[in-house]
Design a protein around this ligand. Structure first.
Ligand SMILES: Cc1cc2nc3c(=O)[nH]c(=O)nc-3n(C[C@H](O)[C@H](O)[C@H](O)COP(=O)(O)OP(=O)(O)OC[C@H]3O[C@@H](n4cnc5c(N)ncnc54)[C@H](O)[C@@H]3O)c2cc1C
Length: 406
């Protein structure tokens, strides 16, 4: 017999874990279903903006008060082909800057705190592979855990299952794909403290690309190296030593040397197939998609976690009263639409901002090259300052007001 819940949430990433915490703490029976048995097996972003910090804090997770592996980035050092361009302070540094937080540790913490609520049911190592329909509406999820099959039924089914969402695929949601031309190689190396001050995000504009390297916890530097979309197969065949040597050609001598000394200390290698897309509608047949499942974010501006957390808050604001008041399925569909309507302005604006830089950094036409080389003087112009301040404000704090009210 399938088990019955108020909510069945597929995916315990930051969005799903946050939503499950709010719902369970409001006395609603919640099943959170996660395919991984260990959060370390799922590689995701770790950069948290002040908007994400405040979202987590309002839910009950104040990163400043929890003992988690975390590094604050409060400065930026930029190079152009290894030559120094500019040093700057992150404008929102007084609000914690960009916090680099271990996601496995954060998610474990969130789950353990949520387990204090008797209404919370966490199913680790459970892979959802299908939905249960009744009268043309999805009423449950099914899948496998090891060699056991499972079924859960719920009043509300939520797909918070990320960029490869099974619910998006199974229900055939229509998707608008903003084609991306890059992928990213991610890896960690020991922090080059002899070259870069602690807590500095280091960037280097290289021919046809870009290196972005935030300071990471555990005294490491997280390196992101942009490559042409689809080229990783070839790069992988050549082996790690070839792409490290390629990077060294375009770095300052001391950074190239640091890479050389640490060739055997490279860890956490991961290739990110960069995507940017959005479902044209976020609900179908009684299922609501949220976070990357509804709108996959690319890494520009470290937005994905923050946006997923803010989706969770807005969804809870609408869903807690709806389920407490026992709304009908038709009324629930209206609630789903209200959630999308409230989140769409922020998501679409941020995605519009995210569309451009990846192409600009990859193609580097003469205008872009001119702009990059002249960053120090251009960023002193007052209209550029105003534009940058506006963009950074959206990236740091979000576009719309999001406040937990449920
Ligand atoms: C390499 C990389 C770097 C990034 N850098 C940043 C950054 O610095 N800052 C930032 O804000 N964002 C970053 N992002 C994006 C960010 O990770 C995502 O936008 C964010 O994690 C989305 O949260 P989510 O809860 O919607 O989904 P996810 O975090 O993707 O979580 C989805 C969960 O669903 C589970 N799941 C999937 N399918 C099933 C299934 N069939 N059954 C059960 N469970 C399932 C997955 O295991 C996963 O735990 C990065 C992403 C990557 C991959």
């Amino acid at each position: 017999m399938p088990q019955n819940y108020d909510f069945a949430i597929c995916g315990a990433g930051p969005g799903g874990a946050a939503l499950a915490h709010i719902l369970s703490s409001r006395g609603l029976r919640t099943a959170l279903i996660e395919k991984q048995s260990n959060f370390s097996n799922e590689f995701r972003g770790e950069g948290i903006m002040p908007s994400g910090y405040y979202a987590l804090k309002s839910i009950g997770f104040d990163l400043e008060k929890i003992d988690l592996p975390m590094q604050i980035n409060s400065k930026i050092k930029a190079h152009y082909r290894g030559e120094h361009l500019i040093d700057a302070e992150i404008p929102f540094k007084n609000d914690g800057g960009l916090r680099w937080v271990s996601q496995p540790a954060l998610l474990e913490h969130m789950i353990s705190k949520t387990e204090n609520y008797k209404e919370f049911n966490f199913f680790r190592g459970h892979r959802v592979n299908d939905v249960i329909y009744e009268n043309d509406r999805v009423v449950g999820l099914k899948g496998v855990a090891g060699n056991q099959e499972f079924e859960f039924k719920a009043k509300v089914i939520i797909g918070f299952d990320g960029r490869t969402s099974i619910l998006r695929k199974k229900l055939g949601f229509e998707v608008k794909d903003f084609k991306q031309i890059i992928d990213i190689i991610w890896f960690k190396i020991p922090y080059p403290s002899q070259i870069i001050e602690p807590g500095t995000a280091f960037v280097n504009f290289v021919p046809e690309g870009f290196m972005v390297c935030p300071a990471c916890y555990d005294n490491k530097l997280q390196v992101g190296w942009i490559i042409t979309k689809g080229s990783f197969g070839e790069i992988k065949k050549q082996g790690v030593n070839v792409w490290i040597s390629e990077m060294q050609k375009h770095c300052a001598e001391n950074f190239a040397e640091h890479l050389e000394i640490n060739r055997d200390k490279i860890s956490d290698r991961f290739i990110l197939d960069v995507g940017l897309d959005r479902c044209t509608t976020w609900n179908k047949d009684g299922v609501l998609l949220l976070g990357d499942a509804a709108h996959t974010m690319n890494p520009v501006g470290g937005q994905g976690i923050n946006i997923a957390l803010r989706d969770a808050i807005v969804a809870a604001n609408h869903l807690v009263p709806a389920i407490t008041n026992n709304v009908s399925p038709a009324e629930l569909d209206v609630v789903f639409e209200q959630i999308e309507e409230e989140r769409l302005p922020e998501v679409s604006l941020i995605q519009n901002i995210q569309k451009r830089p990846t192409t600009a950094f990859k193609k580097q036409n003469p205008i872009i090259l001119f702009l990059i080389r002249n960053i120090p003087s251009i960023t002193k112009l007052s209209f550029v300052k105003r534009l940058l301040a506006k963009l950074l404000n959206w990236m740091a704090y979000g576009v719309t007001d999001v406040e937990l009210k449920a």
